[in-house]
Design a protein around this ligand. Structure first.
Ligand code: 5AD
Ligand code: SF4
Length: 496
């Protein structure tokens, strides 16, 4: 695998290809008498979500229209994830169901992309057992989509185009269809060099490639001018931003320059690696209130012995030092983490250490995972795999402790009035809105009678009330009640 920076010339060719495809799709639509449609289904992490926004941007720029979630589209893209086993099982299960769709619409185009495609056995399985899949490509091949579609339309042959190379394409050249009107996902780097022994990402997403900070900041300025309130700087390990470019600024500097751009109310970043996060990053967070009061710092295990076998390059003491420094510098902020239970060789004592560190850090919430043996990773070869019943039992104890801490953290919010960025209607009730605090806590809230917005009273009981119209607005909400994974409140006033 080698890194290839996609040049301006390549991108000019790419844009002329987009233009010719647009003409072609328009002619096909006229012939059929209706517009051609697409759907992109996304599995996995925020980087995959960001990739899907680019896939959608490309598809819309050639004239395809997004289909209803339940409809059968003309172009279907499945953006896969392989971090844990259940993601693979889900994809192959779903693929079986699309066979019927393809029978109903022989011209339907089905593409599978994302991390799973970087594992040869998955591509081989698709080649052999899913003949109705038209194309496969990898996570860094998104800029090749126009070529792939054209090849398929011209030759009517299946296209397997998973590149050996890790491409770096500056975002500014790829059209993006942002899913949320208030949130911009902005990758600052791709890939990962860490080779944690349980993780497939370095194999699927290749080596670390940082984007040019000038290009990132240019993009961020225009996103702020377009009115995005929230920006999320993305990378597998944002704290090693720039390490692959000798003249680049550090992540702390990039964060600071982002915070100085007028317009963003919430600057988020994901994910931080405990071995690389610098005190400077924490101090920058302290200095700028528009940087989210939240740090996601995956711990994985509290046992130094297990951390060593995971190849994490920090021990329990170093983790605690960073976590407690963060708590001290930003006492109102939230600290969240990822934990893996049942890593090969994890003893009861190791697991107890994990529980101890969790209790010390008092994580406000945590993503908890049972270890999943991923083919091709070093840990998959470790002889001391843990029996499933032991993993399940430990996982139960971990959840019990963390659920308790999450609930306590939510309870500490009751009585406070917080600034909330509205994300839309809650899934549970049409008159309940959902949003996040500046420390990334989920808040569900109602609008009481008498609240004014733009000179008009809002009535959430009105059948014409459209909660989605309030998406992206900032408001003050009084927190009234703690729930296990969220808090409930009541809107006091809109901020703008
Ligand atoms: N098994 C279980 N969890 C895993 N993660 C990554 N690889 C595995 C695996 N093989 C978890 C880690 C990581 C998060 C994104 O997914 O906790 O931080
Ligand atoms: Fe995977 Fe470790 Fe890289 Fe995170 S830092 S993506 S866990 S290899």
């Amino acid at each position: 695998m080698s890194t290839v920076i996609v040049s301006q010339d390549d991108l000019l060719r790419y844009h002329s290809l987009l233009a010719s495809l647009e003409k072609r799709i328009s002619a096909m639509s006229s012939e059929l008498g209706h517009p051609l449609t697409y759907l992109v289904k996304t599995y996995g992490c925020q980087l995959n979500e960001s990739d899907s926004e680019k896939i959608e941007g490309i598809l819309q720029s050639i004239g395809l229209i997004e289909a209803e979630e339940s409809a059968i589209p003309d172009f279907l893209f499945l953006n896969t994830c392989t971090i844990r086993e259940n993601a693979d099982i889900r994809l192959f299960g779903n693929l079986g169901a699309y066979k019927i769709n393809k029978r109903q619409n022989r011209d339907m185009f089905i593409a599978v992309c994302g991390c799973m495609m970087k594992q040869e056995e998955n591509v081989a399985r698709i080649k052999k057992s899913f003949p109705y899949v038209d194309a496969c490509f990898g996570p860094s091949d998104i800029h090749l989509i126009p070529e792939i579609i054209e090849q398929k339309l011209n030759q009517r042959k299946r296209v397997f185009s998973v590149s050996e190379e890790d491409y770096l394409v500056e975002d500014n050249f790829i059209p993006v269809k942002r899913k949320r009107k208030f949130r911009a996902l902005v990758p600052i780097m791709y890939g990962c060099n860490n080779f944690c022994t349980y993780c497939v990402v370095p194999y699927t997403r290749g080596r670390e490639r940082s984007r040019d900070s000038k290009e990132i900041l240019k993009q961020l300025k225009s996103l702020a001018e377009e009115g995005y309130k929230e920006v999320m700087l993305l990378g597998q390990n944002v704290n090693s931003y720039g390490h692959d470019r000798p003249d680049e600024i550090s992540f702390a500097e990039l964060l600071e320059r982002t915070a100085q751009i007028p317009g963003f109310s919430r600057i988020r970043f994901m994910t931080s690696h405990p071995k690389d996060i610098s005190e400077e990053v924490i101090r920058t967070m302290q200095k700028y209130p528009n940087i989210e009061r939240h740090l996601h710092l995956p711990m994985q295990s509290g046992s130094s012995r297990v951390l060593k076998r995971m190849n994490r390059h920090y021990d329990q003491e170093q983790y605690l030092k960073t976590a407690l420094l963060f708590r001290e510098c930003l006492p109102d902020a939230t600290l969240t983490t990822d934990i893996i239970v049942g890593f090969p060789g994890e003893t009861e004592e190791d697991f107890q250490e994990t529980l101890n560190v969790i209790a010390k850090c008092k994580f406000d919430s945590a993503f908890t995972f049972q270890y999943s043996r991923r083919p091709g990773t070093k840990a998959a070869e470790y002889p001391d795999q843990i029996p499933q019943d032991v993993v399940t039992e430990r996982f139960g104890r971990l959840l019990e402790l963390q659920n308790d801490l999450t609930f306590q953290s939510n309870q500490s919010m009751v009585g406070k009035t917080e600034e909330i960025l509205i994300e839309g209607r809650s899934a549970t009730a049409p008159d309940v809105l959902t949003g996040r605090t500046n420390s990334s806590r989920l808040v569900n809230f109602k609008i009481p009678k008498g609240i004014q917005l733009d000179g008009k009273e809002i009535n959430s009981d009105d059948p014409n009330f459209d909660a989605d119209e309030l998406e992206g607005r900032l408001c003050m909400v009084k927190i009234l009640k703690a729930k296990p994974y969220s808090v409930e409140g009541e809107l006091e006033r809109f901020c703008e």
